[in-house]
Design a protein around this ligand. Structure first.
Ligand code: ATP
Length: 432
């Protein structure tokens, strides 16, 4: 196939098609040459839409990105030193742009060859052949397909292949990436690449990469549709214990991850509401001692907030599950059980629930209790002349409980209850 336009027109949403044509138009206006490359082209050929679009810009990625901002609302981050820019549109589509520097060595009378080699040079630095295909976006050649390294054939044969022998040495993170793509697409790592990868693993090459970069790559595993498959493969290749020291890949750990994947397939969290790294780590770390969790959080360069969330999940989910299994809990107590538990802890509770009844209680909390607040607020109490303090807080929480239990149903009933509570506390304090 020489031109991808028919594929673009049939397998992408109208929204994305329009954006690609607009990119082409903008590139021409600014005399840039722009190509869609990498994962976007790979997924296009697989008939999948990827809203993360990698672009190679001949000229300047930062300048091109700036010119796009005039016609597409979004947030731009440019790293001029690296020649890269990321434009995140308000509709969630992301353009990752990289400058392919024009080379000014003499190539008499062969301008196209120089231009092509610019793109080719950029693509040669990429991880696997399936990620090296490009599609021109400039109007004159829109859709033209470039495949210098046999990416199309490997994609059709289902092979993950590095471009050159020292690829894993140059960037050991490609070990993690190869396994991630292998498991995501159900592909094989091509035989020579696999033996290079095994050698890289034996030589512990990831040790030359900073922990920050290493674990940023590892975090991507948890955004895969089936992280368990990737982690199982890590284990087969002797990588799991290197990436997660002090953590054993036991049948129980696998079982929990499996339960989590089932639950996620059924109860899809709202976009942006869930930190998938935290969610999967909370299942992985479920049996660990606090000091081992702290150790791994430090190793993985997790943020303090993430570490505290993991510790809270580890401390609370097992007891929440026990309690929900043994008693029927009323709305106010259900609220109290979950209100401090991070979102990921709630999802883990759903995943690990041994009976539908337990899952239903968590869902009930999430759907009916979590957002239910009294109409009467602290401000109303202040206006009624109450002074802030312990009694004030107790009245507010009693009121909240009554709302959760359905004992008061509107502002009028709430106000009545508040005045009863005020009287009662007045009597009590008078008695003291
Ligand atoms: P995904 O579908 O997971 O987003 P992707 O291929 O788009 O897959 P990204 O991490 O977004 O992956 O990277 C974009 C492109 O950058 C890749 O397609 C690849 O060409 C290149 N790339 C990313 N990481 C590396 C690396 N470590 N070495 C070489 N090339 C890389």
């Amino acid at each position: 196939m020489k031109n991808l336009t028919p594929l673009i027109n049939t397998s992408l949403s109208k929204e994305l098609q329009a954006l690609l044509y607009l990119l082409g138009y903008c590139s021409q206006q600014g005399s840039f040459k722009v190509y869609a490359v990498g994962g976007f082209v790979r997924d296009l050929l697989l008939g999948q839409e990827n809203r993360d679009i990698d672009l190679v810009v001949e000229g300047s990625a930062a300048e091109f990105a700036k010119s796009l901002l005039k016609v597409m609302p979004g947030t731009l981050r440019s790293y001029e030193r690296f020649g890269t820019a990321t434009l995140t549109l308000t509709n969630g589509i992301v353009f990752d742009m990289v400058t392919a520097r024009k080379e000014f060595y003499a190539a008499p009378g062969a301008l196209p060859a120089v231009e092509q080699s610019t793109l080719k040079n950029d693509l040669f630095r990429r991880d696997f052949t399936i990620n090296t295909m490009a599609c021109a976006l400039n109007p004159g050649e829109f859709g033209m397909f470039f495949d210098y390294f046999g990416g199309r054939e490997d994609l059709e044969r289902g092979l993950i292949r590095v471009l050159y022998k020292l690829s894993f040495v140059d960037d050991p993170l490609r070990i993690i990436r190869a396994i991630r793509f292998e498991q995501r697409f159900g592909f094989d790592i091509e035989a020579d690449s696999l033996s290079l990868m095994n050698k890289a693993i034996r030589n512990r090459l990831w040790e030359k990469v900073s922990n920050e970069r290493l674990y940023n790559e590892v975090r991507l595993v948890f955004r895969e549709p089936k992280p368990l498959k990737v982690l199982t493969r890590f284990n087969e290749l002797n990588l799991f214990k290197e990436i997660f020291p002090r953590l054993l890949f036991t049948p129980q750990v696998k079982e929990r991850l499996q339960q989590l994947e089932y639950a996620l397939a059924k109860f899809k969290p709202e976009a942006g509401s869930c930190n998938y790294t935290l969610l999967f780590l909370s299942a992985l770390f479920y049996d660990l001692e606090e000091r081992d969790i702290n150790f791994l959080c430090h190793l993985m360069r997790l943020k303090r907030k993430e570490r505290l969330a993991l510790l809270s999940i580890r401390a609370n989910v097992p007891s929440v599950l026990r309690q929900l299994k043994t008693e029927t809990v009323g709305p106010a107590s259900l609220y109290a059980l979950f209100k401090e538990l991070p979102e990921e802890g709630q999802l883990l509770t759903i995943a690990l629930a041994s009976e539908p009844r337990i899952r239903e209680q968590v869902m009930y909390y999430r759907e009916h209790l979590r957002g239910r607040k009294p109409f009467v607020t602290g401000k109303d109490l202040l206006e009624a002349g109450m002074k802030p303090g312990p009694v004030f807080n107790r009245i507010l929480s009693k009121l909240h409980e009554a709302v959760l239990e359905g004992k008061v149903k509107n502002k009028e009933e709430e106000l009545k209850l508040v005045s009863l509570l005020m009287k009662a506390t007045g009597e009590q304090s008078a008695e003291k």
